[in-house]
Structure formats: C-alpha cells, structure tokens
Design a protein around this ligand. Structure first.
Ligand code: ATP
Ligand code: MG
Length: 305
C-alpha cells in the first residue's frame, strides 16, 4: 500500500484551474495558460504522503530551486516566469509559488548519479550495471562512481516506483538527438551543482531533472528548458560530506529523522504492512524542519528567514 493517507482538496482560486495534486506539489493553470506550481509542506517517506506536515518545507524547496536556477542560468534556461502569488490566492502561497512556462515535457526522468545507492545499488548488485551501464567491481553502498552517469527513468503514477531504463529506451522514445541533449545537459548541470555543493560540505549523490520544450508555436521550439523543481532534498540525495563512509547507508540531509522514526519501535508502524503511517511526533517534525533549513542555509549561504 502507498499514496495519500488523505488526499488534500485543491484550493479554489478564481482564474485558476486545478490540474494535478502531486505528493508534494499542487498544480494549477492560470488564465494565460501558465502553470502555477505550489509547493506544500507535505512530506513523503516509504512511498506514503504522511499525515503530518513539515512547516516551511514548501517554501524552502521553492526558494532553493530558485537559487539553483540562478546558479545554472548560463548552462540551461528554465521554466520560471514569476514567483508572484496569483491574485485571489491564499497569502500562505507566498514563497511557495512558481509561475512557469507551460512546456511539452520530455517523458523521461533525467537522473544523474555520482555515487552508488538506492535503485542503482540494487541493479549493480544483480548485474554490476546501472541502467545497463557497466561499472567496475567492488563498489559498495555510497561509493563514488568513476565518473557521473546518466541513469534515466520513466515516470510512474503516484504510489508506483519510477523505472530505470537503458539509454536506448530514451532514444527510442524521444529520438537519438534529443536523448543525447538530455544526457549531455543532465550531466553538465549535475557536474556544476555537485561542485557547488561540495564546496559547502554537501555531497550531491544523485539528482533528478525534468526537461521540456516550448510549445510548437514559440520562437525556438527546440530549446531545451529545465523544468519542475531542481536540486532540492526531495529530488536529490544530499549527504553531509564529513559523515560520508561507503559501505553503509549514508545519513541523508533531509528526511532521515522521518525515516528513522517511522522505521523505529516508537512509531509502532510496519512499513511493509497495509496500514498508513501514523502522525509524526513534534520533535521529529522540528528536527526535520531544521535539516531542510540547514540544507538551504549551507547551500545558499543565506540565513533562512
Ligand atoms: P510526485 O509527487 O511523485 O513528484 P508528480 O511528479 O506527478 O508526482 P509533481 O511533481 O507535484 O507530481 O507535479 C509536477 C508535474 O508538473 C510533473 O508531472 C512535471 O513533469 C510537470 N511539470 C513541471 N514543470 C512543467 C512545465 N514547465 N510545464 C509542464 N509540466 C511541467
Ligand atoms: Mg514530480
């Protein structure tokens, strides 16, 4: 079982049409057909959206994405048009909103990995490959790869796992030329971000990007545009560099406290069972919030206010 304990009702805003409720974000279209992405404070773990929110999380993710878009602007254009709260929307949306160019999304989750863990590690243990790419022997959980790799995945519905696919499958779906551009840009952006994070004591183990193309009618419909959220703790694995130690699961910079509490004896919850996870205790909420704040502050070098 997985998904929402209780799926939230979309907020009604005049002029906005609700189009999607993701695990964390809600999507609307405005009158100009722009996409309005609102990051909530919802948190997910073990494929569940938890019944407890992490205060400020949505704002932190949005502000961090905005900061990264800026850092990457010379490498790739992005979809953000504005962060203004649409007229008539709740004041609580301030800082959570990205008003975006509507794009024709490439049907691929563009993942870059510099370190081995998660689904990459599972495949590696079976076949010494990740997404069909051969890797050297002797790597462990958390090992740095000889060079970053592009490990695309296909998008899954809420509650389903994304599926890693070989590069050839991407080429079949989007064409060889687009596939090559997706891979090249993914690795270029990952490399830049990894270096920035590393200077700030954070290992960017892996991350997922989504790209799109402008509508056919626009000036340059072939422009590859970086979309969605970028380089947040929800789309990436951030590890504190000083605690990195291959051969075990790494401390992660974000939901570690949530996972630890849910998986520990106190929660009384069986992650392999049928029942939804229980609410988080206040202490776990506060610790988790502090981790998100710390990630933001360390990366951007700006205090969270
Ligand atoms: P999950 O909560 O598991 O991530 P999800 O991906 O369905 O589920 P969100 O990430 O909240 O939900 O939704 C964002 C959706 O918007 C994604 O489907 C993403 O591909 C899409 N998207 C992001 N940026 C743009 C854009 N500029 N134009 C069109 N679609 C976009
Ligand atoms: Mg998503």
């Amino acid at each position: 079982m997985s998904g929402f304990v209780e799926k939230p009702e979309p907020v009604q805003v005049p002029g906005l049409v609700h189009v999607h409720t993701g695990k964390v974000r809600d999507l609307y279209r405005d009158r100009d057909d722009r996409l309005v992405m609102v990051a909530s404070d919802r948190v997910s773990a073990y494929d569940w959206v938890l019944p407890t929110e992490i205060p400020d999380k949505g704002r932190i993710l949005t502000q961090l994405s905005m900061w990264w878009f800026d850092q990457l602007a010379d490498l790739v254009g992005n979809h953000v048009l504005s962060t203004d709260v649409p007229e008539g929307a709740p004041a609580d949306w301030a800082g959570r909103v990205m008003v975006c160019r509507p794009l024709r999304m490439a049907p691929v989750e563009c993942v870059a990995r510099g370190y081995l863990t998660g689904s990459g590690l599972v495949e590696y243990r079976q076949s010494r490959t990740v997404c069909g790419l051969a890797l050297p022997e002797g790597l462990e959980d958390g090992s740095e790869l000889p060079a970053p790799i592009f490990t695309p995945a296909t998008k899954a519905d809420v509650g389903e796992h994304d599926e890693n696919v070989p590069y050839e499958e991407v080429a079949r779906r989007v064409g060889a030329e687009t596939a090559a551009r997706l891979r090249q840009t993914t690795l270029a952006v990952y490399g830049r971000a990894r270096d920035i994070a590393r200077e700030r004591g954070i290992i960017l183990a892996d991350t997922k990007f989504e790209f799109g193309f402008p509508e056919e009618s626009e000036e340059d419909p072939d422009e590859l545009v970086l979309a969605d959220e970028v380089l947040t703790p929800d789309s990436s694995r951030f590890w504190p560099a000083d605690l990195w130690e291959p051969g075990r699961a790494q401390q992660s910079f974000d939901k570690q406290f949530v996972r630890d509490w849910l998986g520990g004896p106190e929660s009384g919850w069986d992650r392999n069972g049928e029942l939804p996870p229980p609410p988080l205790p206040a202490k776990t909420v506060e610790q988790t919030r502090e981790k998100y704040v710390e990630a933001y502050e360390r990366l951007t070098g700006t205090p969270w206010s």
